[in-house]
Design a binder for this molecule. Sequence first.
Ligand code: SF4
Ligand code: SF4
Length: 375
Amino acid sequence: MTASYEGVAKLGFGAMRLPLTDPDDVTAIDIEQVKTMVDEFMAKGGTYVDTAFVYHDGASETALREALVERYPREAFTLATKCLAWACASKEEAQACLPTSLERLGVDYVDYYLLHNLGGARTAKFDEYDMWNYVAKAKADGLIRHVGFSMHDGPETLEGILTAHPEVDFVQLQANYLDWDDPVTQSARCLEVAAAHGVPVIVMEPVRGGRLANLPERGAEVLAAADPDASQARWAYRFCLDLPGVLTVLAGASTLEQMQDNMDTFQAHKPLTEAERSAIAEVVAALRSVDLIPCTNCGYCVKDCPEGVKIPIALNLLNLEKQTEDNAFVKGLYSWQAAEGPASKCIQCGSCEAMCPQSIPIIDRLAEAVEHFEG
Ligand code: SF4
Ligand code: SF4
């Protein structure tokens, strides 16, 4: 690998949920507030700013041009953006993403360019549209400094992609204290796979889509007892900041206040003490203390499913819903994670239940998933 990663601060700015002037219009970004957030980020040592072609329907990129690119020297920050090729109708459309992103951002190059959300059937679209060769050429032409991809799938998928693409400079993975040893997400194993390939990691979802910053009472009270002054988000970021092999941790912010808290966490960061690690373990235990489905993600059930139902994903999301008590959030995840095999495709043949070593009543659970997530 020839890429240099020097100068990247450990806490990045994820520009996925920027403040809006009209809550019903995702493109109506409150640019004046974004400028104050960017100023706070830059003043306190931030460097890495992450956006995507699709965030805020493209308005995240244009907002960053106005709030960051046009107000700071180019060498003061590193910019990352992404191409969601699988959502494009053609190769031409997918390959038009980079020039459009460069124009929206007002830059000649991006420091980090990601093939966005690989995994499942989505991965093949990047091959079909010849995106790997496209980004390699764009890198050779100086339009991209580092090429990588983001992925929410498990370690086997990651291993497969990194083996097929040893040219990758970095990878963006989901990691947080709740997913760390989760049997489906397997964040710890994913980071091990990246390390084995010598690829640095950008951490996404450190607060699990905001859920770890808004814990149910049984988790919140544990953290409040351990440190009444620290925000829940601060605990989540601190868990990720010291993970080995991590280039930066993407912290989302939708207000100046959140950005201030993020940057104060970054500036004051000290490794977690044993007592603090125990408090986090206690939160995880509290979140999991509800009656969870004992799925280990062994995958035996899916081998013979005639309908290709994404059984472990559906069960995992039912568990996540119980842990976070947030149906709307989990329903959003289900809409794309289970898109290739929704629970409603189940024809109740029973072959999965015969295979399940945990004796889970899968058919009943899938009916629950339909009710919770497909209504
Ligand atoms: S019962 Fe449903 S989920 Fe299970 S194998 Fe049959 S179709 Fe698939
Ligand atoms: S066989 Fe049972 S434990 Fe294994 S993934 Fe399927 S539901 Fe989960």
